[in-house]
Design a protein around this ligand. Structure first.
Ligand SMILES: Cc1ncc(COP(=O)(O)OP(=O)(O)O)c(N)n1
Ligand SMILES: Cc1nc(C(=O)O)sc1CCOP(=O)(O)O
Ligand SMILES: [Mg+2]
Length: 225
């Protein structure tokens, strides 16, 4: 009998396909732009889309991601992740607990968990998380976050000792993603810096390249990004 294999979370740029940023642009068009730019990880974050529309959007975006070979995670909703055939889910304090998300998804689903520090990262691992989203690394206007800004130093300190891969989130942009990657972060999650760009695909390309450069230790601080 074959053991189900859980996909691994690709390292690098992690994009939020978000309905709160530039809400007039449909999610499927956002996803098309992100995938055209080579996005390898897409999180579908739907905060204002009615449930049935959200299910339809999830099915469309997951199918597009699968055709492009990208990993698609649904934010908050394990039910939508299961119904749409997504690769997994991302949950935080206001969502199902990580243990329950893991139980519902089974061993083959990816589970990401929001954390604010090292102790929470350890707890997330014990609860079955594959990775943690740690933030806010920088200030963000996309969401009101009730937690202090970590800054690059605070973020790096958690990355160094976290038992699970860490994706940085909150105010991650072209001018700071290489430095974020240079801390050893597994990924950099970006919403507004991409979704507000005129050319989403081009912004994805530039952010991915900057992350990869930073991860290789060749970040040019203040240089050509
Ligand atoms: C990669 C990643 N990290 C953190 C979050 C935040 O999740 P959560 O705390 O559940 O807040 P909402 O996104 O649901 O507002 C995330 N979405 N992605
Ligand atoms: C959805 C989200 N969660 C955060 C957290 O710290 O938990 S920060 C954030 C917003 C990310 O958007 P942007 O890239 O536009 O700053
Ligand atoms: Mg959530």
């Amino acid at each position: 009998m074959n053991t189900p294999v859980r996909p691994s979370l690709p390292r690098g740029l992690y994009v939020l396909c978000d309905d709160t940023v530039r809400p007039e642009l449909p999610l499927r068009e956002k996803a098309a732009g992100l995938l055209a730019g080579g996005a390898r990880v897409v999180q579908l974050r739907m905060k204002r889309t009615p449930l049935r529309e959200a299910l339809a959007a999830a099915r469309e975006v997951v199918a597009a991601c699968r055709r492009a070979g990208a990993v698609c995670l649904v934010n908050d909703r394990v039910d939508l992740a299961l119904l749409s055939g997504a690769h997994g889910v991302h949950v935080g304090d206001e969502d199902l607990p990580a243990e329950e998300a893991r139980a519902l998804l089974g061993p083959e689903g990816l589970v990401g968990v929001t954390v604010r520090g090292l102790e929470e990262a350890r707890a997330a691992q014990a609860a079955g998380a594959d990775y943690v989203g740690l933030g806010p690394v920088f200030g963000t206007t996309t969401k009101q976050v009730n937690a202090p800004v970590l800054g690059l130093g605070g973020f790096a300190a958690v990355v160094r000792t976290s038992p699970v891969p860490v994706v940085g989130i909150g105010g991650v942009k072209l001018e700071n993603i290489a430095d974020l990657a240079a801390t050893g972060a597994h990924g950099g999650a970006v919403a507004s810096d991409i979704l507000l760009a005129e050319d989403l695909a081009e912004r994805v390309r530039r952010l991915s390249a900057a992350f990869d450069r930073g991860a290789r230790g060749t970040s040019l601080v203040g240089g050509d990004v």
